[in-house]
Design a protein around this ligand. Structure first.
Ligand SMILES: [Zn+2]
Length: 296
């Protein structure tokens, strides 16, 4: 049997206060935690008890190292319902509402009605993640084709404009099409580029348009010098930090399961890139999160 590459078990960073994990997936993170304890979860949803205990556990660990809040996101409708439920259960949690671009073909009229109801929820602070994902087209036959992704992206942009909530964008290898759609769509008050991963010239274009770049664990990866440069150039008020957990775990624990408690690793790398104290990045990104999510 091939020897498994052994990875160190992640430990939370030194406390840094106040941090706001601007984008995380609590439901799928709880699933991973429950499964890691040997509980069989294949083919079933989490029980209410498993989910509630998991959300509390994740947010307690996060709070212990200075993470005061998180915005949780789903992929399909079911997880989006769960995201809003987490926000109802835990005062440290807010929700974003949308169906992920790869699942755009699941957005029927009935789903749209449900998304509109969820978007009106007082603890829903953003419409996302929506956008375009060209990476999975052709690699995964269940991925929505680009035309469908575009159509549903436009619908979500309109929802963000109608509700006055921030538009939280997923952009995977889709810079040019994304800019084209945004050019011809109504303009939401706030546009957040979640898990910002584009080249530096695109970062500059986004910043010029007033978009907010949300930096994720990949900003800490050695080869991603351009992301750190983007983090250095983003003006105050135009950057956030996030985990996108359970994936994108920052260094030094890349590849392990991620959770909100680890966002401080990314904040420290952003601070290093900006040549300032980590406390400053924590405070500024938290203030920006509160502003763009309408909590300030
Ligand atoms: Zn995400």
């Amino acid at each position: 049997m091939a020897k498994k590459k052994s990875r160190p078990t992640p430990v939370p960073p030194e406390p840094l206060h106040p941090l706001f994990d601007a984008h995380t997936h609590l439901y799928s993170t709880v699933r991973k935690i429950v499964a890691s304890r040997g509980v069989e979860i294949k083919g079933r949803t989490l029980t209410d008890e498993e989910y509630a205990a998991g959300v509390q556990e994740i947010m307690d660990r996060a709070q212990a190292v200075g993470v005061t809040h998180a915005c949780t996101v789903g992929d399909g409708l079911e997880e989006t319902v769960a995201a809003v439920r987490a926000a109802e259960m835990d005062p440290r949690v807010y929700a974003a509402v949308a169906v992920h671009p790869t699942l755009a073909h699941t957005v029927t009229d009935h789903v749209k009605t449900q998304l509109e109801d969820l978007a009106a929820h007082p603890r829903c602070v953003a419409i996302g993640e929506t956008g375009l994902d060209e990476y999975w087209i052709g690699k995964d036959e269940d991925t929505a084709p680009l035309e469908v992704q575009e159509e549903i992206f436009r619908w979500h942009i309109d929802l963000a404009v109608r509700t006055g909530k921030a538009l939280m964008i997923h952009n995977r290898e889709a810079d040019q099409n994304l800019l084209r759609v945004l050019d011809y769509a109504p303009k939401p008050e706030t546009v957040i580029m979640h898990c910002f991963s584009s080249p530096l010239d695109v970062a500059r274009e986004f910043l010029e348009r007033g978009y907010v770049l949300s930096f994720c664990g990949n900003t800490t990866f050695k080869r991603n010098e351009e992301l750190r440069q983007a983090a250095a150039e983003a003006p105050q008020g135009q950057f956030l930090v996030e985990t996108d957990a359970p994936f994108m775990t920052p260094e030094p624990f890349r590849g392990a399961r991620n959770e909100s408690a680890y966002v401080g690793y990314t904040a420290r790398v952003v601070a290093e890139a900006r040549g300032c104290a980590p406390e400053e990045v924590a405070l500024q990104s938290s203030e920006t999160a509160r502003r763009v999510f309408g909590l300030a």
